[in-house]
Design a protein around this ligand. Structure first.
Ligand SMILES: NC(=O)N[C@@H](CC(=O)O)C(=O)O
Length: 431
């Protein structure tokens, strides 16, 4: 028998309080005697968050994260769908591996897990992977990326875009010209020079963004730029939108990570590898340009680049440490701190950049939907007035490499609902 739930006094998108009713996984008209009432006084309802950029590490990196622990972190962070990047071991470059990750996601059932397919075999940058076979697998892959590596060869990138177009898929590029970042450890600038760390120049990212926008325009294909980190990339994207793409069938979208909205290159001054990430943290002028670009739509959405690493990979000297930071459980709070508290986005804007737009970029039909009768009951309920202190050891991930350790952040996720089922209640994963 169907049960009905009333979510009482909730504020959709931060607007006026109302009651939402849920039955059989969808939002329905008011019901006289609901089976369950959840008091949501003071809470904001957002459509469930969608992350286009997550590293779940399974298969092969289970000492840092698994589909189960990463799904728990995602649900606790308010996410209802995540895209799992293919730099696993073996890589997600074949139908069998993407299907494995997709099935594990369904077994765990806390969040929709969409495996991203590799563009090239083994992320080796030499031969295209079986993109068509991955698209045809039960995982239905529609996003391809070599994330962690750039598809550096322009001819291979062109072929990938053309092939993706025929599959109605998007290529997500990790924009880094590897010829310009050999040995790079931190943003190329005065801070890295002072610390004696080899620099990662902004132009290594910006030149690939420009090149790939042109390749996408010529191919009439869909390109997504991962983790945009510089003011120059924003200007290239703005130019592509205004001058290059009109009149073509191409689409170019872009994401920014929470850590690039909040943290700057000076974080490396403590030489703590928890602050080492790819692309590197940039100077404050970039951070502020990224916030403005997210507010005005030149950057389309937020993606976490959740990158768990085992202790051995981080508890070492800077140069040997692996790049990457946890992000799933802190993303919404960092967006609240950088975009809402600064007045640059309201909660409707947060719904747009953390749910609606990423769902549209990935072509998800049943996520990022309006909070309205007849729509899926896939929701995140947020306490905008809460403040909490981040403790890596208390996060659901196996790894604890959060750059926000000990930091007090605003806004917390209280409940998460996936198609009418609570995945998180009162800040805890539902059994
Ligand atoms: N973003 C990161 O710093 N790390 C990513 C991959 C990458 O290097 O982009 C990871 O998989 O750890």
């Amino acid at each position: 028998m169907s049960t009905t739930t009333r979510i009482a006094n909730v504020r959709p998108y931060g607007e006026d309080p109302t009651d939402l009713y849920v039955c059989d996984g969808v939002l329905v008209d008011p019901v006289a005697d609901p089976d369950e009432t959840v008091d949501a006084d003071g809470l904001i309802a957002l459509p469930g968050l969608v992350d286009l950029h997550t590293h779940l590490r399974e298969p092969g990196g289970e000492e840092a994260e698994t589909v189960a622990t990463g799904s728990a972190a995602a649900a606790l962070g308010g996410y209802t769908a995540v895209f799992a990047m293919p730099n696993t071991n073996p890589a997600q470059d074949s139908p069998v591996v993407v299907e494995h990750v997709w099935r594990r996601g369904r077994e765990v059932g806390l969040v929709d897990v969409h495996p991203v397919g590799a563009v090239t075999v083994g992320l080796g940058g030499e031969r295209l992977a079986e993109m068509g076979m991955m698209a045809a697998s039960p995982a239905g892959v529609r996003m391809f990326s070599d994330d962690g590596r750039c598809v550096n060869d322009p001819l291979l990138m062109r072929r990938a875009l053309e092939y993706a177009r025929s599959l109605d898929a998007v290529v997500a590029q990790h924009a880094e010209d590897h010829r310009l970042t050999v040995g790079a450890q931190a943003h190329e600038g005065p801070v890295a020079a002072r610390l004696g760390l080899t620099g990662w120049p902004a132009s290594a990212e910006e030149s690939i963004v420009a090149r790939d926008a042109m390749l996408a325009a010529a191919a009439g294909a869909r390109l997504h730029i991962c983790h945009v980190s510089t003011a120059g990339s924003v200007e290239v994207l703005r130019w592509a939108r205004e001058s290059l793409l009109p009149g073509t069938s191409a689409r170019v979208s872009a994401e920014v990570t929470p850590h690039h909205l909040l943290l700057t290159d000076t974080a490396a001054e403590d030489y703590d590898p928890v602050h080492k990430v790819n692309p590197p943290l940039r100077p404050e002028a970039d951070t502020l340009a990224l916030r403005r670009a997210l507010a005005d739509g030149v950057i389309d959405c937020v993606a976490t680049d959740h990158a768990p690493h085992a202790v051995e990979a981080k508890d070492c000297e800077w140069a040997s440490a692996r790049p990457g930071m946890l992000g799933l459980q802190t993303a919404l709070s960092v967006v609240a701190a950088t975009m809402v508290a600064t007045g640059m986005l309201d909660w409707r804007g947060v719904a747009r950049v953390c749910s609606e737009v990423p769902a549209a970029i990935a072509g998800l039909g049943d996520q990022g939907r309006p909070i309205a009768v007849g729509e899926p009951a896939t929701l995140t309920l947020v306490d905008p007035d809460a403040r909490w202190t981040v403790r890596g050891a208390e996060l659901a991930s196996i790894a604890d490499n959060t750059p926000y350790e000990g930091m007090e952040l605003p806004a917390s996720v209280v409940h998460t609902m996936l198609r009418g089922r609570w995945t998180v209640r009162d800040g805890k994963v539902s059994e």
